[in-house]
Ligand binder design. Structure first.
Ligand SMILES: C[S@@+](CC[C@H](N)C(=O)[O-])C[C@H]1O[C@@H](n2cnc3c(N)ncnc32)[C@H](O)[C@@H]1O
Length: 202
């Protein structure tokens, strides 16, 4: 099964409140965005899936907001949930390793997407796109499974990071400015240690 097929199946077959990464309130992501870019600003959520981050950003005045995901089913569910407010979001269907441009944003956010990129060439393309998308001084906020996190997510192998190895992936175009450890609990109660890093585009 290829990458897109995998994610379409996940979102078609599962209730989005039952997937392991579900969180009713993306408070860690939001707190980090607010800290990195206080006030308002343009935010893109990479692999946003059905996350509740877009409505939280809208509520706090961030604008414009874009959500990119490889799964049409995920974006359709997120749009349905946002109802009339869906029109306030730019929805981008695509594989982050294939897309060549997404526009320009102040903040790039990614929770649990980069860690699926096992191939160095995919990670290089991701970092290159982030570099073109953010201006100097822009912020990239990324959350992956930590070194002591599970080896798989959604049945797929993941790369696990600490702050130093994650920062190294973005060198030399970004420098780390903040790091946070976060313990996520899946809907079935399993703990998943995350590392979140905030990087500045230099
Ligand atoms: C573990 S989920 C996290 C979803 C969301 N970030 C959250 O915190 O709820 C990973 C998401 O990344 C998307 N995804 C996986 N690989 C991708 C890729 N190569 N390009 C774009 N999206 C991708 C999946 O469809 C899924 O929505």
């Amino acid at each position: 099964m290829d990458r897109k097929e995998h994610w379409e199946t996940v979102y078609t077959k599962n209730d989005d409140t039952q997937v392991g990464w579900y969180q009713p309130d993306p408070e860690t992501s939001f707190r980090l965005i607010e800290k990195a870019w206080p006030g308002t600003g343009a935010v893109i959520d990479i692999g946003g899936g059905t996350s509740h981050l877009p409505e939280k950003l809208l509520d706090h005045g961030y604008n414009p907001i874009a959500v990119l995901d490889i799964s049409a089913a995920a974006l359709a569910k997120a749009k349905a949930r946002l109802s009339h407010r869906a029109d306030l979001i730019q929805w981008i269907l695509g594989d982050i390793t294939q897309v060549t441009q997404v526009g320009h944003f102040d903040v790039w956010h990614d929770r649990a997407v980069f860690h699926f990129l096992g191939a160095l060439s995919d990670r290089r393309r991701y970092v290159e796109l982030a570099g073109h998308t953010l201006p100097k001084g822009g912020r990239l906020i990324i959350g992956t499974f930590a070194k002591d996190g599970p080896p798989r997510c959604s049945g797929l192998e993941v790369c696990r990071y600490d702050a130093a190895t994650l920062a190294a992936e973005f060198d030399p175009d970004f420098r780390a400015v903040d790091e946070t450890s976060h313990l996520h609990h899946t809907p079935s109660g399993k703990p998943q240690p995350f590392i979140f890093l905030t990087l500045e585009r230099i």
